[in-house]
Design a protein around this ligand. Structure first.
Ligand SMILES: C[S@@+](CC[C@H](N)C(=O)[O-])C[C@H]1O[C@@H](n2cnc3c(N)ncnc32)[C@H](O)[C@@H]1O
Length: 276
């Protein structure tokens, strides 16, 4: 497909981002442009549109179409026990300390369709902490949040998830957590009894509670430095003293303004503790 020349394209994307903010309140100005350009081009191609002008027409006259666009821009790819060593690290380095607390609050920021949420809940359950833990699972995207709490996932992924669960130090028969029903599985709803799922936009919303553990993985990679700094400050405000910030392998606090207050508990899985 032939797009407007690249300079115009980039300029027009800036205008589009501003218009989206005005009309729908979503602020993508701090998203990494490489990813935004790639996603918009892919979306144009999927929808058989030839220009940003055509895209504008649909976006601003059809909120359902905008929902589809949001799915594309926000990248919802996820897995259960994704990067198992991350969960093993939480199990070995973080949960034993949290187990000394009378109650625990966890924020799963950018939880997507719930695979990470259920992985965390299983981990907490196996370490005997789920009953006194409240998990707040948030995402910008309301559509994924609707799915997140259902705990219904495709059965095709179960062999891979089972292997990841054991690599993460899983202690039980993984299949004991879910029931299968034609092509899909449903995880035990008791796992999310103490879970609150609701929309929160890391680009624009404020701190809403104080947490002992914040998990945010594969989200900040889509943001530019300025927005990343905003989010790190937001997490800093939202963590109790000696709380844990768990970013996973793809993100790092290394260059962040708040880094001098944090100590790496696990350098490779980027698990930090707020020590100052
Ligand atoms: C690639 S998924 C990562 C899901 C999960 N954390 C994982 O690692 O498997 C990125 C998630 O971040 C969410 N997201 C993107 N921008 C966001 C924002 N500004 N505020 C909150 N969530 C956002 C997306 O909707 C998506 O569900």
């Amino acid at each position: 497909m032939k797009l407007e020349n690249e300079a115009h394209f980039e300029q027009d994307v800036e205008t589009l981002i501003e218009e989206i903010k005005q009309q729908y309140g979503y602020d993508f100005s701090g998203y990494s442009r490489a990813s935004v350009y790639r996603r918009i081009k892919r979306f144009l191609s999927q929808k058989h549109l030839n220009s940003l002008e055509q895209l504008r027409g649909h976006l601003f006259s059809d909120s359902f179409f905008f929902e589809n666009f949001l799915q594309e821009i926000t990248v919802n790819v996820t897995e259960m026990f994704r990067d198992p060593s991350f969960f093993l690290s939480l199990r070995q380095n973080v949960l034993p300390i949290l187990s000394t607390y009378p109650f625990i609050k966890v924020w799963d920021a950018g939880c997507s369709t719930g695979e990470e949420l259920f992985s965390l809940a299983i981990l907490l359950q196996e370490e005997g902490l789920l009953g006194r833990t409240k998990i707040y699972a948030t995402d910008i995207n309301q559509k994924v949040l609707k799915q997140a709490k259902t705990g219904i996932f495709s059965a095709t992924n179960m062999p891979a998830y089972t292997a990841a669960y054991y690599a993460a130090g899983g202690k039980k028969e993984f299949a004991s957590y879910y029931t299968s029903n034609y092509g899909s599985v449903k995880f035990d709803s008791a796992l999310v009894k103490n879970v609150v799922v609701y929309p929160h936009n890391l680009a624009t919303d404020s701190s809403f509670n104080e947490f002992h553990l914040i998990v945010c993985r594969n989200v900040l990679i889509y943001f530019n430095r300025v927005l990343q700094e905003r989010v790190y400050s937001l997490f800093d405000e939202s963590l109790v003293s000696l709380g844990y910030l768990a970013l996973g392998k793809k993100e790092t606090l290394a260059m962040a303004g708040i880094s001098n207050r944090y100590t790496a508990v696990d350098k490779s899985n980027r698990v930090y503790r707020k020590t100052n």
